[in-house]
Design a protein. Structure first.
Length: 619
């Protein structure tokens, strides 16, 4: 685990040093680099290391036997022991016991196809002297970040946006298309970043630069195929359990102390239960509690139940609204660009890093097995559409979770899925027209977030059902742009490595083969996963509503932080850019603070942008 960076132009060594220093929090244990001259310049690879496996021998960059191929790498290859044995049988010799060295030999043996051999999370840079080829590659689902820039025939790359800004070629011009999507989605979707010069390498993609030029290719795509349709449900439960157990087992490979996030929900509780069966000592578990706990936030209570059942060494981190107020700008600056998703993991990760260097989490399960609000809407809309097509009245239809919101279902059924998906974000397309000033409309309204989502949705396998198509959209947007983005950035800010067993590619591919009818069945979310979880966690956990480590923003922003909200979104502060209709924003804030907590996402999204622009924007 570390941060990586590099470039292919003739910058002085001080540029590399600045880049490494900027991401030192990602790798405080070690650093290294290689500079190799080629006909039209140099290739520079650098890394800052957080030592997890082979603490003394895993220094990077690492070469092959004759120093003709070099690698820097951020992540973990969980099957490195098995892969190493395979490569040794093929004649390769190893100098270290690190997982990084398996990468360079696997590339040497299999070429770019080696990526399919890896079970892990990774962002990789390989320099092949023999062919003068630089290859950048990112893991299948985007667990580890990697951004890049191509300018003046040079490539610059790094694990973080802020590191990219240390290179003198990187411009600071804001990408208005990226921000238009941010105001809708609460995150900036890859391949965009807030800066026009910097792009994100998409999950399952690789960038190749050699003498003939630069190209980007997709090396992996997830196929939603519903192969388990009409097959034995009990056999499926066994298969999920088998893969999940092996995924957890592999993610316990470490030469340092490890622990787990424990929210007391189904996903993290199941991971902790399986960890406890493999770990030779009590698992260290960590939960986040909130001072002046709102009545609906019961994470600590449920986490204690699981911790007690599995005799874990349990820790609780208590956070208050004043902690949020004092640390908010720091968190936003760590992220490198506006991000209005979950940020509470910053405080919990900071606390956890005092005890462990590696932590397992339950992230990814919601995106594969379905539990979000827009997932719950899929079957009711499908029923409403079918009834309309058949000319049947909708009065007797079962709308499940939405039986008390029938008008909402019927209204949303008139829209395409990628359109009503935005009903669960911040500003839908029509909302943008209200929030922006004349200047803002000119800058942002020509870009369509709806079209962006549509293109991804329609790229899903035509044979997939409606729910699996929505999950495909989420896996290719929400998962890596929000869940995994904050998961990595805010844990690595405190040098904590997070591992995600549910995102083992075997588990994701199995989930992709399961029909949506086994993911949401009646009023049961994540039905088939719950069947597995029932083997490990008590009924009280299975029956609790979904919560997770989500800040009680609707309470805090309207109470302890209300003056901060008014100040940050005041007409005076907003005038520094002039993007918003200040009267509309003022009305929005007033309605939110006085009564309407449904406006939380909108207010939070605007606040985060304003704080980023004032405190973090690198002009």
């Amino acid at each position: 685990m570390c941060g990586i960076c590099g470039y292919t132009d003739n910058q002085p060594h001080g540029v590399l040093q600045a880049m490494l220093k900027r991401m030192a929090h990602r790798g405080p244990d070690d650093s290294g680099y290689i500079i190799d001259g080629v006909d039209d310049g140099h290739v520079t690879l650098g890394m800052a290391r957080l030592s997890i496996i082979d603490l003394s021998g895993g220094h990077q960059p690492i070469p092959n036997e004759d120093d003709s191929i070099w690698v820097v790498f951020n992540g973990e290859i969980y099957n490195y022991i098995e892969l190493r044995e395979e490569l040794e049988r093929a004649g390769h010799s190893f100098k270290t016991m690190s997982d990084t060295e398996t990468i360079v030999h696997a590339y040497e043996q299999y070429g770019i196809d080696f990526l399919h051999k890896l079970n892990g999370m990774f962002a990789i840079a390989i320099w092949d002297k023999r062919t003068e080829t630089l290859m950048l590659a990112r893991d299948r689902f985007g667990v580890k970040p990697l951004c890049y820039m191509e300018k003046n025939k040079a490539i610059v790359f790094a694990s973080e946006i802020n590191t990219m800004l240390c290179h003198p070629l990187t411009g600071r011009e804001i990408d208005h298309e990226a921000l238009s999507h941010y105001f809708a989605l609460r995150n900036i979707p890859a391949p965009f970043t807030v800066y026009k010069d910097i792009r994100v390498l998409l999950p399952g993609h690789a960038l190749i630069k050699n003498k003939t030029g630069t190209k980007i290719l997709k090396w992996y795509d997830l196929n939603m195929n519903a192969a388990w349709q009409d097959r034995d449900e009990n056999a499926l439960i066994e298969r999920i359990d088998e893969i999940l157990r092996d995924s957890v087992r592999l993610r316990l490979r470490a030469d340092v102390s490890y622990g787990a996030f424990l929210s007391g929900g189904i996903d993290s509780s199941t991971v902790v239960a399986i960890m406890s069966q493999y770990s030779p000592k009590p698992v260290q578990t960590f939960s986040l509690a909130f001072a002046d706990m709102p009545a609906h936030k019961n994470d600590p209570y449920f986490a204690r139940i699981v911790a007690s059942q599995y005799a874990t060494a349990h820790h609780e981190c208590v956070m208050s609204w004043s902690d949020l107020q004092q640390g908010l700008s720091t968190v936003i600056c760590h992220l490198g660009q506006p991000f209005a998703g979950v940020i509470s993991s910053y405080w919990l990760s900071k606390y956890m890093s005092q005890h462990v260097k590696v932590a397992l989490s339950g992230d990814g399960a919601d995106d594969m097995f379905a539990s979000y609000g827009h997932h719950r809407l899929v079957w009711p809309i499908a029923a409403a559409r079918l009834a309309k097509a058949q000319g049947r009245p909708s009065d007797d239809l079962d709308y499940g979770f939405f039986n008390n919101r029938r008008d909402f279902v019927e209204t949303m059924s008139a829209y395409e899925p990628w359109q009503w998906r935005l009903a669960y974000t911040s500003f839908m397309e029509e909302d943008k027209a209200h929030v922006f000033s004349k200047k803002g409309k000119e800058l942002f309204l020509s870009y369509s977030t709806t079209d962006f989502l549509k293109n991804i949705y329609l790229s899903c396998n035509d044979k997939a059902d409606e729910l699996n198509k929505m999950l495909y959209l989420d896996i290719n947007t929400l998962l890596h742009n929000e869940i995994l983005f904050f998961n990595d950035m805010l844990s690595m800010a405190s040098s904590l490595e997070v591992r995600t067993p549910f995102l083992d590619y075997r588990m994701v591919e199995l989930a992709a083969s399961i029909p949506g009818s086994l993911k949401i069945k009646g009023l049961t979310l994540k039905y088939i996963l719950r069947c597995v979880a029932a083997r490990y966690v008590p009924k009280e956990i299975l029956d609790r509503p979904k919560e997770g480590f989500v800040l009680p923003k609707n309470t805090w922003l309207r109470q302890g932080l209300s003056s901060m909200v008014r100040e940050v979104l005041s007409a005076e502060r907003l005038s520094i850019h002039g993007y918003f209709d200040t009267r509309y924003v003022d009305s929005l804030v007033k309605r939110f603070i006085e009564a309407d907590e449904t406006l939380t996402y909108k207010v939070w999204t605007l606040m985060i942008f304003q704080i980023w622009l004032e405190s973090c924007y690198h002009k």
